[in-house]
Design a protein around this ligand. Sequence first.
Ligand code: PA5
Length: 431
Amino acid sequence: MDRQKIKTDLSNYFNAEPQADFRSFYSKAFDIVSDLYNSRNDISAMTGWINLPHDTSLYEKIKGFADKVKEEERYEHLVVIGIGGSSLGSQALIESINSPLWNRLSRAKRKGFLTVDFIDNLDPSVIRNVYNRLKFEKTLFLVVSKTGGTLETIVPILVAREWFGENFYRQCIFVTSEQKGLLFELSKKYSAPLYPIPENVGGRYSIFSSVGLLPAALCGLDIGEIREGLLYAEKLCQEKDIKINTAVSVALCAYFSYVAGKNIFVLMPYSSCLRKFVEWFVQLWAESIGKAKKGSTPAIAIGATDQHSQLQMFSEGPDDKLIGFLKINKHKRDLTICDYSADHASFAQYADYKVGQILNIELEATRKALAESGKPNFLITLPELNEYYLAQTMYIFEVATAVCGFLLGINPFDQPGVDLTKRYTKEALVR
Ligand code: PA5
């Protein structure tokens, strides 16, 4: 298939940050990329996520299982219990491709694929609502935790055990470590299937393991296309031409902006479907980059919605932000506006435009206005929002995050700063 390419436009970035001398950092950034790829089989380097698209048997196994679930028609609902890197990636994949309104579609419109609810917090009203609403016999539970002992994952398990009885475990699939941990032990005890998370893949880099692929396939996403996108992104990320290598471009923009005092990195897609994608990015960036008193704070904005909320701050507020725009060139199932000038003369100007086209015109207008205000921004354009381009984009952001981390001299694969909270919570729970 002849595919179009994801494009990156840095012109507004260089206009606002003319002193950013990318060339001086090219070789350093490319060395980091080489080190990443060379360390992919080193367990201690935690770069096993780079190998995931090459695990063909994993893709076959997940596709086979999802096809079987669909054919058997035993299940209608999926509940994913997990938090952070064990949930946000699958939320991002499913919402971006299926839209945030997936659960409201009829079974026929969902082509027999499962509805999905995510339990990723200890909010009793949400847990109660999800468990109350679902038909237990028709529900498959996917319990996801690399360590297997995360509080926010264990508690909804215990509530489900009380709510549905011991049979709950018989409708569970565990995605966890293959060797140890509470979920591993439960899967053994109840003979429940276990899909392993490789030891050298950290939580927030685990989206393209079973963690993200299994829920995605059960909700009808084409994981073969995801894999194609990842394999192509792998080539792009090792490309020495900066015009082609979006991952290195984004890493350098973020690095130079941070050095120039831009402490906030806003990612602003012009699509409501990409809200969860940005939430996934925020976690990836914050847990990877925020260390040793360094790192820009990631922030979410959605176009055009936030033009009527945060844009004032972006354009006339402090010079402390880098803004990354994401554009979808051709929106899926776009809507054409008819000529209703007879109703009101002003409607004539909208006639024959598509809604997605107007959204993209707004994006360009915002970029232009911000550039005129001297605010650095870059644009990444996806030809379409499908599995192939979404997977590519997510992989590119994973590599960009890792490269920026190493440019800043920190380890993007650990998260020591969250351990103290865990310890204090544990201590407070002891009676
Ligand atoms: O990126 C990370 O490592 C974290 O965000 C984890 O994904 C999160 O804390 C959940 O951990 P676990 O998968 O062990 O339950």
